[in-house]
Design a protein around this ligand. Structure first.
Ligand code: FAD
Ligand code: SF4
Ligand code: SF4
Length: 463
């Protein structure tokens, strides 16, 4: 019997007033019974519109019917045919603009909770299935992968299965890219990411950390070392700033630095080597997922008041709906149509406030969004001791600066073929945020997989 409820089966969560003081995961996941009940909401539509909304074409109705039948191991096997990181994607994919947006149950009521079900299957498998890795015979060719984020991991995962010797060169001391240094523990437990990385290591992928390509080696030097092809998955980790007075004051962070100190260096622990300012009143400037993560981390560090300062209206907030909802529940204060113009400091150079103006929405701009214009006489000061800037990131210039024949565009992104990831330089492929600018985990993974296929064809074509 299908479950015709208009609402998704709710997912158990930590209480907002408890969770805003700890870094443990917010959503606790479905039980087997809840997963079966939610899976029964799926109508197993003939034309499967939901699949077209998934960038890696997960066979959604198929895995959901298997969950409905209690065949959890089979459901997991179905998902991993096209998605190698289901525990990650089930948690962080923006499902509301991807698979779930196309779900017919969403026309009248809420769509099927595809992401929650994917997470359930992945978590169930991690708990119950012994993962064994077959080592494919080596073919004697080496491929270098730059960066260990989702694009690099998925590219390496596919290439190792094809028989290549794969080495990932990672600038940080820990592998995982944004999955470990950006997205906080309370949304994506780091142990899950580590399990995926352990899987790659078990299959023979070599990961060399503290290796900054462009400094330790150039791409040309990698070819001299005998690599037949190179995949660049170096992301877009260079923070943008507002260029307003006061950005150099103590207590001003880029969201990337703030989150890296917390996630990677565990600065929230009292015995951590890396210090972080535990602001009492914090303003986070920006409205994307990164801004929500920074604000929700700041409140967990013990802030009394955390503001999100965003120059457009609530409707334009680019963050995932779930993150906005969680941020509100946890007590984050949203200041919409507000734009910072100056950061104020005391005589010792520490932040004391954020001077802002209010905005009104004017005519639509080129993106179709109504352009915010300053409201006369609206200047005011938010008294804060910490300001976190989260207005976007760009690719780091190191690789393009040391690879003159690598074409990049006006935003510093690598120009690469959409289908294959082929760049202007022979044997060099690229994908993920380094090509698209800041985007999503699943798109980065998709690009890594497509490039792995193209790299295989390229190397084979060379004989
Ligand atoms: P990255 O994950 O950025 O990995 C690149 C790796 O390359 C890094 O480890 C970096 O250290 C390394 N590197 C860089 N330069 C070099 C070099 N010269 N030599 C060697 N290594 C190098 N997406 C979602 O889908 N859902 C979300 O909820 C979500 N939340 C986010 C929250 C935050 C805080 C951030 C920052 C991003 C979020 N994103 C989210 C976006 C998503 O994480 C990225 O789109 C995705 O990680 C991009 O993957 P990537 O492999 O291209 O790059
Ligand atoms: Fe949806 Fe992401 Fe899973 Fe695709 S990978 S089905 S978009 S949650
Ligand atoms: Fe199931 Fe929705 Fe996909 Fe139809 S569109 S098969 S109801 S998930």
């Amino acid at each position: 019997m299908p479950n015709m409820s208009l609402k998704k089966v709710p997912i158990p969560e930590q209480d907002p007033q408890v969770r805003n003081k700890n870094f443990d995961e917010v959503a606790l996941g479905y039980t087997e019974e809840m997963a079966i009940e939610e899976a029964k909401r799926c109508l197993n539509c003939k034309h499967k519109p939901c699949i077209a909304g998934c960038p890696v074409n997960v066979q959604i109705p198929e895995f959901i019917s298997l969950i409905a039948e209690g065949k959890f191991a089979e459901a997991y096997e179905t998902i991993i045919q096209t998605n190698s990181l289901p525990a990650v994607c089930g948690r962080v994919c923006p499902q509301e603009t991807q698979c779930e947006q196309r779900c017919v149950r969403g026309i009248k009521g809420e769509p099927v909770a595809i992401g929650r079900l994917e997470r359930f299957a992945a978590d169930w498998a991690m708990k119950h299935l012994e993962k064994t890795y077959e080592k494919t015979p080596r073919n004697g060719k080496k491929v270098a992968v730059i960066g260990s984020g989702p694009s690099g991991l998925s590219c390496a995962g596919d290439l190792i299965k094809m028989g290549y010797d794969v080495t990932i060169f990672e600038a940080f001391h820990t592998a995982g890219g944004v999955l470990v240094y950006g997205i906080p523990e309370f949304r994506l437990p780091k142990a899950l990411v580590q399990k995926e990385i352990d899987g790659l290591l078990a299959q023979g992928v070599e990961i060399r950390t503290n290796m900054v390509i462009g400094k330790t080696f150039t791409i040309d030097e990698l070819f001299q070392e005998g690599y037949s092809a190179v995949f660049i998955g170096s992301g877009a980790g260079l923070p943008n700033f507002m260029n307003i007075p006061g950005e150099n004051l103590n207590g001003v962070y880029s969201a990337n630095e703030f989150l890296t100190r917390i996630n990677l260096m565990k600065a929230y622990k009292n015995d951590a080597d890396t210090p972080i300012k535990r602001g009492k009143t914090v303003a986070v400037v920006g409205g994307g997922n990164v801004a929500m993560d920074a604000a929700r981390s700041a409140i967990r560090l013990g802030a009394d008041k955390v503001y999100i300062v965003y120059r457009r209206s609530e409707k334009e907030l680019p963050a995932r709906l779930e993150e906005i909802h969680h941020a509100k529940e946890e007590g984050i204060i949203f200041k919409f149509l507000t734009n910072p113009i100056r950061i104020l400091g005391d005589e010792n150079g520490w932040v004391t406030g954020l001077e802002c103006v209010e905005m009104e929405l004017g005519e639509p701009d080129a993106s179709g969004r109504r352009r915010p214009v300053v409201k006369e006489g609206s200047q005011h000061i938010l008294e804060v001791d910490t300001v976190i800037i989260s207005i976007g990131t760009s690719p780091n210039p190191l690789i393009r600066g040391t690879t003159p024949d690598l074409e990049t565009n006006q935003w510093g992104c690598i120009v690469a073929d959409e289908q294959t990831g082929q760049t202007s330089k022979e044997g060099v492929f690229a994908g993920g945020d380094a090509v698209t600018g800041a985007a999503t985990v699943i798109l980065a993974m998709g690009a890594g997989k497509a490039a792995a296929k193209a790299i295989d064809e390229y190397i084979k074509s060379k004989g």
